[in-house]
Design a protein. Structure first.
Length: 318
């Protein structure tokens, strides 16, 4: 029986062919002979308790000038799909949460959703590091300005992040006596009404912010060290960083061992860990990237590894 795979993603026509991990997954599924169906977030709906979508059959090609072809729109039950990849990029807003509820309806009728919808809600990519304090740098999550000031006074050099962002957006490095600290706090906490994350600055960022990919809890043996552009604190590729593949260290593997059992239990099949130096800084569960870069540098086929893991889960599921 041919496996039917649906993908929910941002517009496929606007992706970066060389870097897009969702495309790597779709090419791998196509090579296995699976049928592909394409959806965007707004295409999903529920009618009388049944999750449905306006979807289009999809073909993908390893061609940087013509990487996809879509057929006409057809409306189908999501439960007709054997597996659904939720690859919509953040922001993790209420629309995203509503989508996870619709995907739970499909899951209840037998579809395998990657990653598990409830766990997408449970595991905020920044905040979820708090479940693994032994792996993380000193971290504070709060909306209170006084606690933020105490944290800066204790550590002297800190990073401030929003809890809902991606790609390095709205991340600040702040040191003692920074004249902008107050306005940064006011803006990011919305005058004390919105929690943010503060972490001690990790000087080893100069050696790269490592992205480690885990497939069903097993790490890919190489990480992509994202190196910041000159004069930039953020190493994110979206913020101008460049990626350099490196083997996992013993500490990296230890961090994976700490996190992996929980990820498996929560049905988080494809996850990206962000590690700076010896510290876990984020757990990316929504739409982890860096497949293409690692495939290119090390001759890997991470998309096929993931599809094989999904196939194993489908067998258990059925």
């Amino acid at each position: 029986m041919t496996i039917k795979l649906g993908v929910i993603m941002d517009p496929i026509g606007s992706i970066n062919y060389k870097k897009d991990s969702s495309l790597a997954m779709l090419l791998a599924a196509s090579n296995k002979g699976w049928q592909l169906y394409y959806m965007e977030q707004a295409d999903l709906f529920a009618s009388n308790g049944v999750a449905r979508a306006s979807m289009r059959k999809l073909e993908v090609f390893a061609d940087p000038r013509h990487w996809y072809r879509l057929e006409e729109v057809e409306t189908r039950d999501l439960a007709e799909l054997d597996v659904i990849l939720m690859r919509k990029d953040p922001p993790f807003d209420m629309d995203y949460i509503y989508t996870t509820y619709l995907l739970e309806l499909a899951e209840a009728c037998g579809s395998l959703v990657v990653n598990k919808p409830q766990s997408l809600r449970d595991a905020n990519e920044k905040l979820y590091t708090a479940w693994f304090p032994q792996c993380a740098p000193p971290t504070l999550i709060t909306s209170q300005a006084g606690l933020c000031r105490d944290f800066l006074a204790e550590h002297g050099d800190i990073i401030i992040k929003p809890l809902e962002g991606m790609g390095g957006a709205s991340i600040f490095r702040v040191r003692e006596q920074d004249p902008n600290f107050s306005v940064i706090l006011e803006t990011m906490t919305r005058h004390g009404q919105h929690p943010i994350m503060l972490q001690r600055f990790i000087p080893e960022i100069s050696a790269g912010d490592k992205r480690i990919l885990l497939i069903d809890g097993e790490p890919v043996p190489w990480a992509l060290a994202r190196l910041a552009a000159k004069g930039e604190t953020r190493a994110n590729l979206a913020a101008g960083g460049r990626g350099e593949g490196i083997p996992l260290s013993d500490r990296d593997r230890w961090i994976c061992e700490q996190v992996a059992p929980v990820l498996r239990e929560k049905g988080l099949i494809f996850v990206g860990l962000d590690v700076i130096g010896d510290y876990l800084t984020e757990i990316n569960v929504t739409s982890p990237t860096c497949i293409r870069e690692l495939d290119t540098q090390f001759g890997l086929d991470i998309g096929t590894q993931l599809m094989n893991a999904i196939e194993t889960h489908l067998t258990r599921h059925q």
